[in-house]
Design a protein around this ligand. Structure first.
Ligand code: NAD
Length: 492
């Protein structure tokens, strides 16, 4: 890998104020991938100063000129997809096709944002007075702090940054501490594109560096994706502060509703993909399957069979379905949550919390392995395991026997509101679900899994505060001016 393991501030790779470093670790092997400087609040303040200084000139460029730098990044993402996809897999343990898909999704986002530069922004509206022009213009807010999670270490940073930059904001990026190598390559791409000094800045580090972004008075917008715990802390801090904006995307306790009309091939495929891909570590992963009693037994049998046999192993091997969990601390949390479900009295159907020694590939004994944990739970009981996000392959089967109204009531019985799916052949049921499920991302007859950059991506309730990523991020990083111009000599 590259040999500069420090921060990128004001167009240069610089040493930070602190002396501490941290390591990037391969979660499948325990191998150290690199050593990185641990950013301090002082490093963040320096990056914010650079971004603040660069803002006045950057905003003066046309959107099309700003987008030119993004097009260079786009081409580099496309040319280096395989290489960067492998880095994603090594650093966060996602199976290799998912590692590459992360980079492709980043490219899609950059393409969308750069292409959008040629679209007019704003609304022309009829004025009450004929000689007046009235329209709404958008203008950039200033310095945008981007705080990102580890599970989409390339795509999510670009969700945050591409639109912010095209709209004329400057950026301070604080990547997840688990994926600094990916972040380093992202910064190299902006450097290669020749983006003006201070427009893009990156400070590696932990939560204290993220917190310094939140606390810096010169940061106008904070875009955060990550856990509800940290997101709510950021919302609490910035919610009442004049001029500040926080766009926070958090986790979910997502569900798939499988009705009596469902095609069970689609249902099983959707449940397996949503519950086990990325080892259950996607914000949209499904940890609850709400299944109608008419099809419950057959669905259970088929789902359990897959859960018992799905391959867990080396994520660089294309035949692997599930890689490891991200780190030791998270492995402990998932193990604890599985035990807690047992203590809550659920009926455990599959428990691969500890894999057999022969399932673990040679040289991977130090990885953070876990297989599916599948159980039956009362759909109406107040259990922690069916209400709190685990962020692992931890799945509850819940039976209902009423109409879709009952299924949706169960689906909505959580403080979260991120994602969900319905599998049904009945369009009345599908339409009811679409309109009444309290979620921001709803899928019909599809795995609850993907993201399209043309669509808004975000949740409601405890999962997000209404400034979704992707297209709708424009709302987060711009302010509006309602402009009226008198085109006549008449004085009103
Ligand atoms: P996390 O909240 O632990 O960390 C996210 C980022 O916040 C990291 O960069 C971290 O260093 C930083 N951070 C930690 N403490 C902070 C503080 N006090 N102030 C400011 N920044 C701080 O999340 P994670 O473990 O990296 O990611 C997993 C979570 O992210 C899951 O809950 C998942 O559902 C969620 N997620 C949501 C989406 C979405 O779009 N809704 C997408 C991906 C992941």
């Amino acid at each position: 890998m590259a040999d500069a393991y420090n921060h990128y501030i004001d167009g240069e790779w610089v040493d930070g104020e602190g002396t501490e470093t941290f390591e990037s670790e391969n979660p499948a092997t325990g191998e150290t991938l690199g050593e990185f400087q641990k950013g301090t609040p002082a490093d963040v303040d320096r990056a914010v100063d650079a971004a603040d200084e660069a803002f006045e000139e950057w905003r003066e460029l046309s959107r099309i000129d700003r987008a030119e730098y993004l097009w260079d990044v786009y081409h580099e993402l496309r040319e280096r997809t395989d290489e960067l996809g492998e880095v994603v897999t090594k650093e966060c343990g996602k199976e290799i096709s998912e590692g590459k898909a992360d980079v492709v999704e980043a490219a899609h986002m950059v393409e969308w944002a750069a292409g959008d530069a040629r679209h007019p922004k704003g609304d022309i509206v009829p004025s009450e007075i004929p000689a007046k022009d009235a329209y709404m213009r958008r203008k950039p807010r200033g310095v945008t702090g981007c705080i990102t999670p580890w599970n989409f270490p390339v795509a999510i940073p670009y969700w945050h940054m591409a639109i912010a930059l095209v709209e004329g904001n400057t950026v301070v990026f604080k990547p997840a501490e688990q994926t600094p190598w990916c972040a380093q390559i992202i910064a190299e791409m902006f450097e290669d594109a020749g983006i003006p000094n201070g427009v893009f800045n990156m400070v590696q580090g932990y939560g204290d560096a993220g917190n310094a972004i939140v606390e810096n008075d010169d940061v106008d917008t904070v875009i955060f994706t990550g856990s509800a715990e940290v997101g709510h802390h950021i919302q609490d801090k910035l919610g009442g502060v004049a001029g500040k904006r926080a766009a926070c995307e958090m986790g979910g306790k997502n569900a798939i509703v499988i009705t009596e009309e469902a095609d069970l091939d689609i249902a099983v495929h959707s449940a397996v993909m949503s519950s086990f891909k990325t080892t259950g570590q996607r914000c949209v992963s499904s940890e609850r399957l709400i299944v109608h009693s008419d099809v419950y037994d057959e669905f259970k049998e088929r789902f359990v069979e897959v859960a018992e046999n799905v391959s867990v192993g080396d994520p660089l091997d294309e035949n692997t379905f599930m890689g490891p969990l991200i780190e030791e601390e998270h492995h402990e949390k998932v193990t604890r949550n599985n035990e807690q479900a047992r203590e809550e009295g659920v009926n455990v159907l599959v428990d691969r919390t500890e894999l057999d020694a022969e399932e673990i590939p040679d040289g991977h004994e130090d990885g953070y392995w876990v297989g599916p944990f599948v159980y039956e739970a009362d759909a109406h009981a107040d259990l922690t395991c069916t209400h709190e996000e685990v962020f692992g392959p931890h799945v509850a089967l819940m039976e209902y026997d009423g109409d879709v109204e009952e299924a949706v009531e169960i689906q909505n019985d959580t403080e979260y509101g991120l994602a969900g799916a319905i599998i049904s052949e009945d369009y009345r049921q599908i339409n009811y679900y679409r309109d009444r499920a309290e979620i921001g991302l709803a899928y019909g007859n599809l795995p609850c899994i993907g993201a399209e950059v043309q669509l808004p991506f975000g949740g409601v309730k405890k999962s997000g505060n209404g400034y979704p990523s992707a297209r709708e991020a424009i709302e987060a990083v711009t302010d509006r001016t309602a402009w009226t111009l008198n085109n006549s000599k008449e004085i009103e």
